[in-house]
Write a protein that binds this ligand. Structure first.
Ligand code: ZN
Length: 83
């Protein structure tokens, strides 16, 4: 059995959710970012404090580590091409 769908209210014609709210671990700043569908973002500069975030160990991108929604490849459970 696959995992139940989470909140896909923002879904359009694609099944993947592309909006992710990134929360900076250094200052707590949050920002809504639109994720690329075909690539992972490894570096992300916080708008609030300019800290450059990197994924946590075991995560493929900053959205998986700090975003409210994991990246599209992970949503579709097809893995991430960057690993
Ligand atoms: Zn920050």
């Amino acid at each position: 059995m696959t995992r139940p769908r989470e909140d896909l209210a923002a879904a359009t014609d694609s099944s993947a959710v592309l909006d992710s709210v990134v929360t900076c671990p250094a200052c707590g700043f949050t920002k809504l970012e639109v994720m690329p569908t075909d690539a992972c973002q490894f570096f992300y500069e916080c708008t609030g404090c300019k800290t450059v975030l990197r994924p946590k160990r075991g995560d493929c991108c900053v959205f998986c580590s700090y975003g409210s929604v994991v990246c599209p490849p992970m949503q579709e459970q097809r893995g991430c091409g960057c690993r």
